[in-house]
Write a protein of this length. Structure first.
Length: 121
């Protein structure tokens, strides 16, 4: 945190390097045995399974909402808009799960079949 604050107070590439070095040192301290409740592991495993699909799906959906619904305008930061943002987040997660269920779950099967055809030739 100190490196981040220092980077905002000082300008230049040195401040960027200080944040990078602090983050690298922090990452070295992270490996280890971490205990987490069962529900937390369930959420993390679920999010990791949809991460690739979420990466592919979220931007086109948000771009569509920005173009069709927002018409290029920004939302004011108030309670109602935070509820809309939360609703869109849940909707995008659900759509990503749907896309994964329809297409992504067959990826390994398709990859194995295609790879078998490549090897056979």
């Amino acid at each position: 945190m100190g490196a981040l604050v220092a980077s905002k107070l000082a300008a230049g590439i040195v401040s960027d390097y200080s944040v990078g070095v602090a983050l690298a040192l922090w990452m070295l301290a992270l490996p280890g045995s971490w205990g987490a409740p069962g529900w937390c592991r369930w959420v993390v495993v679920g999010l990791s399974e949809i991460s690739c699909t979420l990466y592919v799906v979220h931007f086109p959906l948000l771009f569509f909402v920005a173009a069709a619904v927002l018409d290029g305008k920004q939302w004011p930061a108030n309670g109602q808009q935070f509820l809309w943002f939360g609703g869109m987040t849940v909707a995008i997660l659900l759509i990503s799960v749907g896309v994964l269920w329809l297409f992504g779950r067959n990826t390994d099967r398709v990859r194995t079949r295609l790879w078998g055809q490549v090897i056979a030739q």
